[in-house]
Write a protein that binds this ligand. Structure first.
Ligand SMILES: [Zn+2]
Ligand SMILES: [Zn+2]
Ligand SMILES: [Zn+2]
Length: 127
């Protein structure tokens, strides 16, 4: 007899293969199934990704170099001299910055980044 799955350690939800993995996959293996349900795993993944992103942004400068925006949700990592090599965006870019490439980047908020990208400069005058 296998011990029954204890359910999600985070939210307490009972083990349910459809919630954990969708249909089919891993159906017979509650013994090796993750201890967290799909929703909690996703939330943890997002949290971890956010933390890494914030770490990278802090390393580069924490605020938009153009307008001084400091709300993390508005901030983006911008290639100072335009994109040349390495990852373009997302977690790959965050890892690239954290690997010692922070000097190649600046922090811009979404507005300023958009303006730089679409008009070549920002009306604020900072980039
Ligand atoms: Zn859960
Ligand atoms: Zn800005
Ligand atoms: Zn600006």
């Amino acid at each position: 007899m296998q011990a029954p799955h204890p359910g999600c350690l985070d939210c307490g939800r009972d083990f349910d293969i459809e919630v954990w993995y969708g249909t089919g996959y891993m159906k017979e293996r509650p013994d090796v199934a993750d201890r967290y349900c799909k929703y909690c795993r996703q939330a943890r993944g997002r949290e971890a990704a956010d933390k890494q992103r914030w770490k990278a942004i802090e390393l580069i400068g924490s605020v938009c170099v153009c307008c001084g925006e400091a709300m993390m949700d508005f901030l983006e990592i911008d290639h100072i001299d335009g994109y040349k090599e390495g990852p373009r965006s997302g977690q790959a870019l965050v890892r690239y910055v954290l690997a010692g490439h922070e000097k190649e980047f600046q922090v811009l908020c979404r507005n300023c980044n958009w303006a730089k990208f679409n008009r070549g400069s920002c009306p604020h005058g900072g980039v």
